[in-house]
Design a protein around this ligand. Structure first.
Ligand code: C5P
Length: 289
C-alpha cells in the first residue's frame, strides 16, 4: 500500500518582532524562520474513510485537537477527494516549546497527503490552507529559511548558512495565545519594551559573512519580557548560554525554548558548560539555503 513519509522539521525564530494588536485580533510580525535538522516524521497512507491519527508520544492528542488532524480534514475539503487517511507521527520535537512541532506535523500532513493523492493542490494553495491552520504552517511547508511578515502569511525566501544551535527546552510549554495577551497587557501598562524592527536582509547578510557580533542584536524576541517575567529561569538560561560561549541567545517563538547560536567555536564546549550548570541542551543545526 502507498505510504508517504516526510520529515516534519522543527523551526527556530531567528529574531521575532511583534507589532501592535490589529483589528482582526492578530499582530503584525517580522521574523526569520529557520527549519532545523531536528524533526518528527509523519507517514500518511490512504484509508477507506475517516482520519485515523497515531502518535508515539502520550503528550499529543490523537483527535481533532491535533493540528495534523485538522490539516488532513482541510486537505480533503479543499481537494474534494472522497477518502480517508492514516497519519502516523513519530514525535522528536519537544511539545509546546516554540519549535513549531504541531505546525510542522500539520505541514507534513498536507504535503504528504497531496503527494499521496497525485498533487491535486498547488504549493500556493497548500500554503493558503496552512495559513488558516496556524501562523507557522506556510513557512514550514516551504521547508527552507524565510523572512516572514504580516500575521505570518507573507513569506520571502532568504539565504542562510548552516548554523549550529544549542536548544534548551525547559519541559513546560508556553501558550502562544497567552503570550500575545500578556504582551498586549504589558504594553498597555508600561513603556514599550519592543526591540528594534528586525531586518531579515541584514541578518542574512551578517550570518552569511560569518559576523555573529553584527547579527546578534537582531536575535531579540518581543516575547522575552513577558516570558522571562513569568518564567525567570528562562532569562537565566539565556544569560548562561552567552556566558558559556554562545554568540547570541534568544527565545524561539513565544517560548519556552531558548537557543544559543554558536558560530565562533565548536558547540561541544558550550554544550558541556550548560550541562555543568544544570541546563542541558540539545545540539542541532539549521537547514542551509
Ligand atoms: O496562528 P497561531 O495558532 O500560532 O496563533 C495562536 C494565537 O496567537 C492566535 O489565536 C492569536 O491570538 C495569536 N496570534 C497573533 N498574531 C499573530 C499570530 C498569532 O495575535 N501574528
Amino acid at each position: 500500500m502507498a505510504v508517504v513519509t516526510l520529515h516534519a522539521r522543527a523551526k527556530v525564530n531567528l529574531g521575532l518582532w511583534v507589532g501592535a494588536l490589529r483589528p482582526d485580533g492578530y499582530h503584525d510580525l517580522v521574523t526569520v524562520i529557520a527549519p532545523l535538522a531536528l524533526a518528527d516524521t509523519v507517514a500518511t497512507r490512504p484509508a477507506r474513510s475517516g482520519i485515523v491519527l497515531r502518535c508515539d508520544s502520550a503528550e499529543v492528542p490523537c483527535d481533532e485537537r491535533n493540528l495534523a488532524w485538522k490539516a488532513a480534514e482541510a486537505f480533503f475539503a479543499a481537494s474534494g477527494i472522497k477518502s480517508g487517511c492514516h497519519v502516523a507521527i513519530r514525535k522528536r520535537i519537544p511539545v509546546g516549546g516554540g519549535l513549531g512541532g504541531g505546525s510542522a506535523d500539520a505541514a507534513a500532513t498536507l504535503a504528504g497527503l497531496n503527494r499521496l493523492f497525485g498533487s491535486p493542490l498547488s504549493p500556493a494553495r497548500l500554503r493558503r490552507i496552512g495559513a488558516r491552520l496556524g501562523s507557522d504552517v506556510p513557512a514550514l511547508l516551504l521547508g527552507r529559511p524565510c523572512a516572514v511578515r504580516g500575521r505570518g502569511e507573507r513569506l520571502r525566501r532568504i539565504s542562510l548558512p548552516r548554523l549550529n544551535l544549542l536548544l534548551h527546552c525547559p519541559g513546560h510549554g508556553i501558550s502562544t495565545a497567552w503570550a500575545y495577551r500578556a504582551l498586549d497587557r504589558m504594553r498597555q501598562s508600561g513603556p514599550a519594551l519592543t526591540p528594534p524592527v528586525l531586518s531579515p536582509r541584514l541578518l542574512s547578510l551578517y550570518l552569511r559573512r560569518n559576523e555573529p557580533d553584527r547579527a546578534a542584536p537582531f536575535l531579540a524576541n518581543s516575547f522575552e519580557p513577558v516570558a522571562f517575567r513569568r518564567f525567570p529561569a528562562l532569562r537565566r538560561v539565556r544569560n548562561l548560554l552567552l556566558q558559556s560561549g554562545a554568540d547570541a541567545a534568544c527565545l524561539s517563538g513565544s517560548g519556552s525554548t531558548v537557543y544559543g547560536l554558536v558560530m565562533k567555536q565548536d558547540w561541544k564546549d558550550p554544550m558541556a558548560a550548560m550541562s555543568r550548570h544544570g541546563s542541558p541542551c540539545l545540539a542541532t543545526s539549521t537547514i542551509p539555503a
